[in-house]
Design a protein around this ligand. Structure first.
Ligand code: SF4
Length: 327
């Protein structure tokens, strides 16, 4: 008789906070999307997410500050300098007035976190000026996040002084191959974030159908072990004119299985993920999906996102309530 645990037993093992071996993670990774085990995994993932966040869901917002040719050259991004004509419509940099208008509207409509995103070449000192102005404009308890290029310890300290609480930074699956960014530099930035006492948000990205499973599993295990405010899997969204325009995103059922697996591996260490957060966008976007909404549109979109979290039975906490490490 085989001593090998069944899939159900493996999920239970993870629920009991026992570390799964690499081989055990591979077995869960291979679960068929429409199998009994898949739904058991999804149930377990929900239990973990609910416990980790005490049943709360958060509203996140992002302001894209610019759309200029980026030397990061990520194969999936419309801002990549190497992307062909047609990947984006035009270079642009948002004015401070627009950035503050979006940030104010997101804050007034209940955002728990506002992310300020730039291409890798955005002037760092200018970013700190912008961050400081946003900090002074939004509710003091709204978390402010930087999603910018690589930096070192001096810059990490400057971000903190400017009022940044959290940094989004990822080591992409295939970093250095599908991007022009050295893997070591990505890890160094993450170290600088931690050393400065800033919180970190990260993800496993991009995820797509043609990918080498072993590389995805490696990164899932690694990132699930980090102390993060929020994390999840970033599915590839193909953009015309980028080098990955002909690749295929994962099917939705397959993405659901992998997301559930990631949530299970992360345990209660990471309180938030794709299941209990919703994003509203303003400004530029690397998927060439720029949005320049008016105040009314932002109010309507934020209300719809709030409803969607509540429809899924997540409770939206007030900014005064402790959001379990979300800032
Ligand atoms: S994903 Fe970021 S670093 Fe990469 S090309 Fe786009 S803007 Fe640059």
């Amino acid at each position: 008789m085989s001593n090998e645990l069944t899939i159900i037993e493996l999920v239970d093992k993870a629920l009991d906070n026992e570390t799964l071996s690499r081989t055990e993670v591979e077995r869960l990774f291979a679960i068929e999307a429409y199998s009994r085990e898949s739904y058991y995994l999804q149930w377990a993932a929900h239990q973990v997410a609910f416990a980790a966040s005490r049943g709360t869901g958060l509203l996140y917002a992002q302001v894209g500050l610019d759309a200029n040719p980026c030397p990061g050259n990520c194969d999936f991004c419309s801002f990549a300098a190497a992307a062909t004509e047609g990947a984006w419509d035009e270079s642009r940099t948002l004015s401070l007035d627009d950035i503050l208008r979006y940030s104010r509207a997101f804050s007034q409509n209940g955002a728990h976190l506002i992310s300020l995103m730039t291409t890798a070449n955005y002037d760092f000192d200018r970013f700190c000026e912008v961050a400081q102005a946003v900090r002074e404009t939004v509710h003091p308890k709204v978390s402010l996040m930087a999603n910018i290029g690589d930096f070192g310890s001096t810059e990490a300290a400057a971000l903190k002084d400017a009022g940044i609480d959290i940094v989004y930074h990822a080591v992409r699956v295939g970093e250095g191959v599908i991007t022009s960014l050295p893997v070591e530099k990505r890890y160094e930035t993450i170290e600088a974030v931690r050393a400065a006492g800033l919180r970190l948000m990260s993800g496993v990205e991009p995820i797509y159908a043609e990918q080498d499973s072993a590389a995805v599993i490696d990164r899932m295990i690694e990132v699930a072990g980090w102390d993060l405010v929020c994390s999840g899997l970033g599915s590839l969204r193909t953009v015309r004119g980028t080098r990955m325009q002909d690749f295929h995103p994962l099917s939705r059922p397959r993405y659901t299985v992998l997301s559930a697996l990631f949530r299970l591996l992360a345990g209660t260490r990471i309180p938030y993920g794709s299941e209990n957060t919703c994003w509203c966008d303003g400004g530029t976007n690397p998927r060439n999906n720029h949005m320049f909404p008016g105040d009314e549109t932002i109010a309507t979109s934020m209300a719809a996102l709030k409803r969607s979290l509540e429809d899924n039975e997540w409770r939206i906490p007030s900014l005064d309530e402790d959001q379990r490490d979300s800032r």
